[in-house]
Design a protein around this ligand. Structure first.
Ligand code: ATP
Length: 647
């Protein structure tokens, strides 16, 4: 696909002889045009230049003297008159006929006049020659002769248009493979190449935590730089490393740091850049990418979001055809990764958060030999990430306690933490403060968890009361259920979509027991239960809670095997096949049973919560009143109303 570009684009002249070269090219164009026009021009000039006259002159000076040999009516518009040789020496005709010594005259046409219409001409001729016998009358012929100029323009203009159109397109191509606008570069890879001075400014010190991952990727760079050290021991250099992890855990950042530290050329692109609506473009781009990479070896290719192209083949077969292009691209990628020899000095680095969707062939050793799993950061790692992102912030004299921030943000990814630091700075700026303070960070955390405060939302006093009891219901239920995460704050100020919120501090644990699941279910239903208990009527405010509780209950029954009737079976699909299919992996009967068991589970939890709140109705009312008064209550207030929580 890329070759025509080279042929069509005229080389750009360099400065030294650019002018000369340009003028030479200009002359070539003129010569080419002249050659094309020559036959037409010669015909144009050789067709003679008849003297223009009008009908009266023709009738009086030519026709009346019977001097016209013939008339040729061209295109039903012009009558071209040929004069008899016998009139060569006539003083009227002589200047036009230009007689030559041998009795020859100009071939003609000698005179021309506009006829108006053929009928008019014929009528006038008839009238003028009525007295003459038929054989002596002037011969009239009719010729269709295309207009020379229009004829020429009709093919020259489109040709010239096409010529300039393609020239402009070819020029728009920009650098080879740099994603230029030229359609000729469609098949070229759009990867950006960083090398030498313009390499990535990110280094490993910008990546907090992820020590094992850093070590692994750095080892890959060492392979590239000094392959001998490994090959002499008989080791094969890995061809690919895939970084797998949830969104925002630093996969792209890690790759950027590799680019900054490696000191080898680094191609980076996103998997989606292979995917185009045109058939064959993806495969062509893969080929082009690897060709360019081999030229730059030793080097690294980084493909972000590789799932866009590496999705398992055959998935989504219901929509056959739509995936053909992606499959072709994937096949080409598989071939290329197999195609270069182990020591060719090109290593492919890829990142994805959907490893379950990837084609098995892509993941097998020999292609992506190494897999690096990134997890959401733990407490220590979050602290390190906070330290990286706090660096550019201007903090108060007493800097914020990083350990405290890290402890307040379990389950947050590196991207969330970067966002918190930025939001905190924005909050400080909104306060017109010179320094970022602890309260800005807390506000930023709240904002990220629950959305921005919307104090301006209009809420009636009755609604406010319902919201206060709803939130108090969550708080009381979770306070007296020992295994629910500790509650740190409750608020009835609307935030984002919600009208109130309760903040918990999840503990960092890897396992959750069936009992803990049930207690969480109860805490989630606390709001609805309080509404029923206090007002005897339920509201629409429990939508999010019910959704959460239902999902949790389904996962308990269908995934974790907690339900006695369903038994220790799991219909969880780690391969992601279920998404593509319409069929459930269980029978209709089992489906019904799952639904029944889920409903029972949620109803039991609801009943249990009602019982719990009935038992603590006095505390519930007191807390709701405090909420109505203060709008936001903290752990200390909760302890004052509900007593110290038993561990
Ligand atoms: P996605 O899968 O959504 O593409 P990702 O894993 O590639 O996400 P990155 O783009 O690498 O995530 O991270 C986003 C931002 O989060 C980074 O620009 C950086 O500011 C911050 N970040 C993530 N992890 C770390 C870390 N370990 N150290 C410092 N900053 C981090």
């Amino acid at each position: 696909m890329s070759e025509p570009l080279v042929l069509i684009m005229p080389q750009q002249p360099d400065n030294a002889n650019g002018g000369k070269k340009k003028s030479r090219i200009g002359w070539i164009y003129i010569a080419m045009l002249a050659i094309l026009f020559l036959p037409y021009l010669s015909r144009f000039f050789s067709s003679g230049n008849p003297r223009q006259i009008i009908w009266n002159e023709f009738e009086n000076k030519i026709l009346s003297r019977n001097a016209a040999d013939s008339i040729d009516v061209v295109n039903n518009e012009v009558a071209q008159v040929y004069i008899k040789k016998a009139f060569a020496e006539d003083p009227y005709f002589k200047p036009v006929l230009k007689p030559r010594p041998g009795g020859d005259i100009e071939p003609g046409p000698h005179y021309a006049f506009n006829i108006g219409s053929v009928e008019t001409l014929e009528r006038k001729l008839d009238e003028a020659q009525r007295a003459l016998p038929a054989e002596q009358r002037v011969k009239v012929t009719y010729t269709k002769r295309p207009n020379m100029l229009i004829n020429i323009l009709s093919w020259v203009v489109p040709l010239a248009f096409l010529f300039f159109f393609f020239r402009t397109l070819a020029k728009g191509g920009g650098g080879m493979g740099m994603g230029g606008a030229s359609p000729f570069s469609f098949g070229n890879s759009t990867a950006t190449l960083q090398k030498g001075a313009d390499r990535s400014p990110v280094s490993f010190k910008d990546v907090a935590g992820l020590e094992e991952a850093k070590q692994e990727v750095m080892e890959v760079v060492d392979f590239l730089k000094d392959p001998g050290m490994y090959t002499k021991l008989g080791a094969k250099i890995p061809r690919g490393v895939i970084i797998i992890g949830p969104p925002g855990t630093g996969k792209t950042l890690l790759a950027k740091a590799v680019a900054g530290e490696a000191g080898v050329p680094f191609f980076s692109l996103s998997g989606s850049e292979f995917v185009e609506m045109f058939v064959g473009i993806g495969a062509s781009r893969v080929r082009d990418l690897f060709r360019r990479a081999k030229e730059e070896a030793p080097c690294i290719i980084f493909i972000d979001e590789i799932d866009a192209v590496g999705r398992s083949r055959g998935k989504g077969a219901f929509f056959a055809g739509a995936n053909d292009e992606r499959e072709n691209t994937l096949n080409q990628l598989l071939t290329e990764m197999d195609g270069f020899s182990t020591n060719s000095g090109v290593i492919v680095l890829a990142a994805t958060n959907r490893a379950d969707m990837l084609d098995a062939a892509l993941l097998r050793p020999g292609r992506f030999d190494r897999r690096i799993y990134l997890e959401l950061p733990d407490l220590v790692e979050r602290e390190a990430i906070f330290n990286v992102h706090l660096r550019p912030l201007r903090q108060a004299e007493v800097p914020v306690d990083v350990h405290f921030l890290a402890s307040q943000t379990p389950g947050f990814s590196g991207a969330d933490i970067a966002n918190i630091c930025n939001e905190a700075a924005l909050f400080a700026a909104r306060r017109k403060s010179e320094k970022v303070e602890k309260k800005d960070f807390l506000e930023a955390i709240d904002r990220i968890v629950a959305g921005l405060e919307k104090r301006s939302k209009i809420i009636s006093p009755e609604e406010k009361k319902i919201i206060a009891f709803h939130e108090a219901g969550h708080a009381v239920a979770s306070w007296f259920l020992k295994r629910v995460d500790p509650l740190i704050k409750v608020s009835i100020i609307p935030r984002g979509k919600s009208l109130g919120a309760a903040w918990y501090l999840p503990e960092e644990r890897q396992l959750k027991t069936a009992g803990e699941f049930t207690e969480n279910l109860c805490a989630a239903l606390g709001g609805r239960a309080a509404e029923e208990l206090i007002f005897g009527e339920i509201s629409s405010g429990a939508l999010d809670d019910l959704e959460k509780a239902t999902k949790e209950a389904y996962s308990m029954v269908a995934y974790y095997g907690f339900d006695k009737k369903i038994g220790p079976v799991s219909f969880y699909d780690s391969g992601g096949n279920q998404e593509a299919g319409f069929q459930k992996p269980y029978s209709e009967e089992t489906g019904k049973l799952i639904d029944e068991e889920v409903r029972k589970l949620v109803e039991d939890a609801y009943r249990q919560t009602i019982g719990l709140l009935e038992e603590h109705k006095a505390e519930l009312t007191r807390l709701a009143e405090l909420l109505l008064q203060k709008e936001t209550v903290f752990k200390e207030d909760l302890e004052a109303v509900l007593g110290v929580r038993r561990a």
